[in-house]
Design a protein around this ligand. Structure first.
Ligand SMILES: Nc1ncnc2c1ncn2[C@@H]1O[C@H](COP(=O)(O)OP(=O)(O)OP(=O)(O)O)[C@@H](O)[C@H]1O
Ligand SMILES: [Mg+2]
Length: 411
């Protein structure tokens, strides 16, 4: 996927004016462009700076990585802080995890970052490069202080040692340099899968290894994010889990209507487009506070304005944008439906789509089956998948555009 700010754009100061760049929907927002949540960013950054560990758990596409990225960007301004980030989402094994952590951690030292980049470009591993080629060159420069490089060439022969080396490296570098190191681990719930891929029962071993290393890491603050709330809740809130109570949960605040209004207006101003009050009200109301849905509606409204050559988004354009957003999302909505049809046990999967549909239409899901326990299990599975939530005690479909898709299916 194309990064929002290409290097060329950054150098030339060009703002990418395409609708999907101005209102991105499938990637985290660059730190200075996030709308609202300034308090979340400040609180998270402060906690991490003071040495606390933070757990950010929220449904998919609601802004976790965006807020985490903004907090890290703020921390990176402090010369006393190192910032390191890894994402477990697409990792399969502990070797991959160790490689990523070692690479990202070493990169806090500019000379090592350069060495790693050169190695990667030449198709070599960082172990070959740092251990052999660059090792000699960097000795005496201070760039290798606190890092045991003698073991690097053989490190990958022993998976447990490899991982242990990686997990302890942030502390070693931070302590040597007299800095605080903030380590952001995104999609943390994937430790479960990564550990199990290594061996049966490997998830517990991995988490124990992590806890042991992290607990000793006095110069490191950890920020964990994850979108499967039940798993994150279990990992950090269940006494039998190795990482139990290792971080404090932070709940993201809703983005207020005023923040949306100011944020959308500011984004449009970059491309000299305006939106009148009626249009802003419609877009914000239809987005129901859901970050991605609201951004998609704005993206479509801006695109409609461009197509029409109109300098202002009015209520008519906002209404058209709503229908267009639904059309654009149709394949995604169909995929979600397929997922719902296979969401759990046979009994749960059989009820799930009807349950979401009833909720989207304002009905009461408990009328769905004879056995309330079965309905409760179905609702729990849908909630765990982030399809429905209960913000004020009543079930609702989390994504307002998906809710509308379901309502239109019924018509
Ligand atoms: N503060 C914000 N202001 C405006 N839009 C936002 C904000 N945060 C998130 N979004 C919207 O939500 C989308 C997803 O954001 P982000 O990737 O940060 O969420 P996430 O919770 O990390 O998602 P995932 O579960 O996929 O990891 C963004 O592309 C954007 O459309
Ligand atoms: Mg994310």
């Amino acid at each position: 996927m194309r990064p929002y700010h290409g290097i060329r754009d950054r150098i030339l100061g060009i703002v990418d004016t395409t609708p999907s760049a101005l209102f991105p929907t499938d990637e985290p927002l660059p730190p200075k462009h996030l709308i609202g949540r300034a308090d979340d960013v400040a609180e998270i950054a402060n906690s991490l700076k003071l040495g606390s560990n933070v757990v950010l758990s929220a449904p998919r596409r609601t802004g976790k990585t965006t807020v985490a990225g903004a907090a890290l960007a703020e921390l990176a301004q402090d010369p006393g802080v190192y910032v390191v980030a890894i994402d477990l989402f697409s990792m399969d094994g502990t070797d991959q995890l160790a490689d990523a952590l070692i690479g990202a951690t070493m990169s806090v030292r500019p000379a090592l970052r350069k060495a790693i980049r050169t190695a990667t470009q030449a198709g070599r591993t960082i172990y070959e490069s740092i251990g052999l080629t660059f090792g000699a060159r960097l000795v005496g420069t201070g760039d290798l202080d606190g890092i045991e490089i003698g073991v690097l060439p053989t490190l990958r022969n022993d998976p447990r040692k490899h991982l242990d080396y990686a997990l302890n490296l942030p502390e070693k570098i931070a302590a040597t340099d007299g800095k605080r190191l903030v380590l952001f681990i995104d999609e943390f719930q994937a430790v479960q899968r990564i550990g199990e891929n290594a061996s049966r029962g490997g998830a517990t071993v991995l988490k124990q290894q992590m806890r042991a290393a992290f607990q000793r890491s006095r110069h490191v603050s950890f920020l964990f994010a994850g979108s499967l709330e039940h798993m994150m809740g279990d990992l950090f809130g269940n006494k039998s889990e190795p990482v139990f109570s290792f971080g404090c949960f932070h709940s993201l605040r809703p983005i207020t209507e005023d923040e949306w209004r100011a944020g959308i207006t500011a984004r449009l101003k970059l491309v000299t487009v305006t939106a009148n009050d009626a249009a802003l009200d419609m877009l914000i109301e239809a987005g129901e506070g859901h970050p991605r849905a609201t951004m998609l509606l704005c993206q479509q409204a801006y695109e409609m304005a461009l197509l029409a050559g109109a300098p202002q988004i009015d209520a008519g354009i906002a209404a058209l944008a709503y229908d267009r957003a639904l059309r654009v999302e149709k394949p995604r909505h169909e995929q979600i439906v397929l997922g719902i049809q296979h969401i759990g046990t046979r009994a749960v999967s059989r009820l799930a789509l009807r349950a979401v549909s009833i909720i989207a239409n304002g009905g009461r899901p408990y009328t769905l089956a004879k056995h309330p326990a079965e309905v409760a299990r179905t609702l729990a599975a849908l909630r765990d998948a982030g399809i429905i939530d209960q913000p004020d005690g009543t079930w609702r479909v989390a994504d307002p555009l998906f809710a509308e898709y379901l309502r239109r299916l019924r018509r």
